[in-house]
Design a binder for this molecule. Structure first.
Ligand code: UDP
Length: 237
């Protein structure tokens, strides 16, 4: 099947890496995701990845216990670097050349984020993992994913989740929830659908960058999405 989207941004939540564990990184899940990424690289896709840190630390959680919010957010961003290094390791064990670029410079661990270098890596067929979010507190990795997607001119943002798209209410708790095939950015914002934080949606809307929300636990879903198959919910104008 021909590619519909050549350059993509794949946003994974930190929780997605936990699998059924209560905390941290589940090696089998990591290997599963790495294999899915390897498959699309083989097809000629240029993937950028942004990984959250909900499996390790979230700034709001620290702040709710009295921590200074900026300090807590800095810890959250550092946690994304750990997840990014783990994903790089899993990909490179599968012979997929991968670069981690951090928004917070830490040269002895990974490259600093420089947009032109990132796009060069992608052109050369390397996977690029964008670590440390946007580098700023009070943001999330959803916003970071959209921001980097705009910077590298990705054709689509794929938000990989545990459910197969966006529903009008929580499909886990409410069995009569209805799944949307397509939503506009305004509908997501207006209906308060918690698919991605509002800042990320607003940024995507500003540049008309489509977002596909899909279930990452279904093998082949990411491959189908890059070929243009409707495997989840498409958010566009
Ligand atoms: N974070 C931040 N600035 C950013 C991106 C992330 O301060 O640009 C911090 C924030 O504390 C956040 C944490 O990093 O809670 C982990 O990111 P996120 O909550 O988005 O992870 P996910 O929900 O995707 O696992």
């Amino acid at each position: 099947m021909p590619l519909q989207y050549k350059r993509i941004m794949l946003k994974l939540s930190g929780e997605a890496l936990m699998g059924d564990d209560a905390f941290g990184i589940n090696t089998s899940v990591l290997e599963f995701v790495a294999a899915e990424v390897k498959e699309i690289v083989r097809m000629g896709v240029e993937p950028g990845l942004v990984i959250g840190a909900g499996n390790i630390f979230r700034g709001v959680a620290g702040a709710s216990k009295g921590m200074d919010r900026t300090t807590a957010d800095n810890m959250g961003m550092l946690a994304t670097v750990m997840n990014s290094l783990a994903m790089q390791d899993a990909l490179e064990r599968m012979d997929v050349i991968t670069r981690v670029m951090s928004a917070i410079p830490m040269q002895s661990v990974c490259e600093p984020y420089i947009r032109r270098r990132a796009t060069r890596h992608l052109e050369k067929g390397r996977v690029v993992i964008f670590a440390a979010g946007t580098g700023n507190p009070y943001f999330t990795t959803d916003s970071a994913g959209v921001l980097r997607a705009l910077e590298i001119d990705a054709d689509i943002i794929i938000k990989a989740t545990k459910v197969d798209g966006v529903y009008d209410k929580d499909p886990v708790r409410e069995p009569d929830a209805i799944k949307y095939d397509h939503l506009t950015y305004s509908e997501v914002l207006g209906r308060g659908l918690t698919v991605m934080d509002a800042a990320g949606i607003a940024l995507a809307m500003d540049d008309d960058k489509p977002i596909m929300v899909l279930n990452m636990n279904v093998p082949g879903n990411i491959r189908k999405a890059v070929c243009g198959e409707m495997v989840g919910t498409l958010i566009s104008s």
